[in-house]
Write a protein that binds this ligand. Structure first.
Ligand code: NAD
Length: 371
């Protein structure tokens, strides 16, 4: 079978290469036994790239990122590169990818697997079976708005300004991603803003009402104030399916929702761009929420599941392979149900495994899934 799905794999620094190695084993499994094949190109990014090439990402790598079907990213950074000039810091490679691929839609699922219910700090009856997505606008809003920075007023008082600004197009395109996602899920969208106190909130509210009415009348839609959304997430998260919001509120709400699920080592994410009007191709990058975890790097302690679940998001959203994505997610559930745990998610009565052993158990489960 032709290898028609191209992936650029960028393991990065710290535990990035360790967790990526386990995903590579799963990719190999699909190549050997599954119904899909992948063409993988691997390259350096972050501190590892700086050490070899003096930059955090090379132009050649950017060219591949633009021409590939999807990017799978590990993690970058660590104390070894604290003194590197800002433009070459490991994070600069990640920001360059997000910017050049215009990855404006950041998807953060908050899924509570049955085996992990006890890991949440919330009561199990609140989070059991939870499966929601926070969709955050990633490339505009108050983190980018101008003017920003220090100003000296006429009376000599110093003040500091950030600017929250959105264009209509920026709001419409993220809303469309939300509605399309909802159609593949429980068909419900909440748009969170602060229309009671912010002009941009009123704008978000007007545009979301129009897009819902004119383009997605089949999808259940509600406005919600962002502060109320933060409360409702803790009170009754099951009322939500897809929550779409701006960059700032998304930053906060996605962390809140994510931590309902337990551990950083379990959290995947996807960042998507607009589909190309001619080819329909959508730039996309998939990465775990966690960083390079220098405190445990090289010790075989890293949990590879966030990285693997990021790969399963790639199967679902870039390659339209829902059955294979379901297979990966079921395998993760089964391995956890059997009690295999890395240190970060260890519970009484479970078996402590290394990163590699977790990978081996995943492969055994994959084999079982086709028997
Ligand atoms: P971190 O996510 O790397 O680690 C936070 C804590 O969680 C650590 O104790 C770590 O051991 C643990 N942890 C994280 N992932 C784990 C996993 N898969 N399995 C088991 N334990 C895990 O965050 P940090 O310590 O704040 O940052 C460390 C470095 O990572 C910094 O250089 C930071 O800039 C970078 N970082 C990179 C990204 C990214 O590449 N997207 C994201 C966040 C932080």
């Amino acid at each position: 079978m032709a290898a028609n799905r191209k992936i650029l794999v960028l393991p990065g620094d710290g535990i990035g290469p360790e967790v990526m190695a386990q995903v590579q084993r799963v990719i190999d499994w699909f190549d050997n036994k599954g119904s899909v094949r992948f063409e993988v190109t691997e390259d350096l990014v972050g501190g590892a790239c700086y050490d070899s090439h003096g930059v955090s990402i090379r132009e050649e790598t950017m060219e591949i990122a633009v021409s590939t079907d999807a990017v799978l990213f590990g993690a970058v950074g660590g104390p070894s590169w604290d003194d590197v000039p800002r433009e070459h810091r490991p994070e600069a490679g990640l920001l360059r990818l997000r910017k050049d691929l215009d990855l404006f839609a950041n998807l953060r699922p908050a899924i509570v697997l049955d085996a992990m219910v006890e890991s949440s700090t919330l009561k199990s009856e609140i989070v059991k079976g939870l499966d929601i997505i926070i969709l955050r606008e990633l490339t505009s809003g108050v983190y980018f708005g101008e003017p920003r920075g220090e100003q000296i007023m006429d009376d000599g008082t110093k003040r500091v300004v950030d600017t929250q600004a959105y264009t209509e197009d920026e709001i419409v395109r993220i809303l469309r991603v939300a509605f399309e996602l909802a159609r593949q899920r429980k068909n419900r969208v909440h748009c969170a803003e602060k229309s009671n106190v912010m002009e941009t909130g009123v704008f978000w509210r007007q545009i979301s009402a129009r897009v819902a009415r004119e383009e997605y009348p089949d999808v259940e839609f509600d406005h919600i104030l962002a502060d109320n959304c933060a409360m409702q997430l803790l009170r009754d998260p099951h009322q939500f399916d897809v929550i779409v919001t701006d960059n700032l509120f998304g930053d906060i709400l996605s962390d809140e929702a994510a931590m309902m699920t337990g551990s950083l080592g379990m959290l995947p994410s996807a960042s998507l761009g607009n589909p190309d009007p001619v080819t329909g191709k959508r730039y996309a990058m998939y990465e775990p929420v966690h960083g390079s975890a220098p405190d445990i790097a090289g010790e075989g302690k890293a949990n590879p599941l966030a990285m693997l679940l990021s790969f399963s998001m790639m199967l679902r959203y870039s390659f339209d392979l829902p059955e294979e994505a379901d297979r990966v997610e079921t395998v993760v559930q089964n391995v956890l149900n059997e009690g295999f745990r890395t240190g970060d998610i260890m519970q009484d009565g479970c078996h402590l495994v290394s990163t590699e052993e977790m990978g081996s158990n995943l492969l055994l489960e994959l084999d079982r899934s086709v028997q």
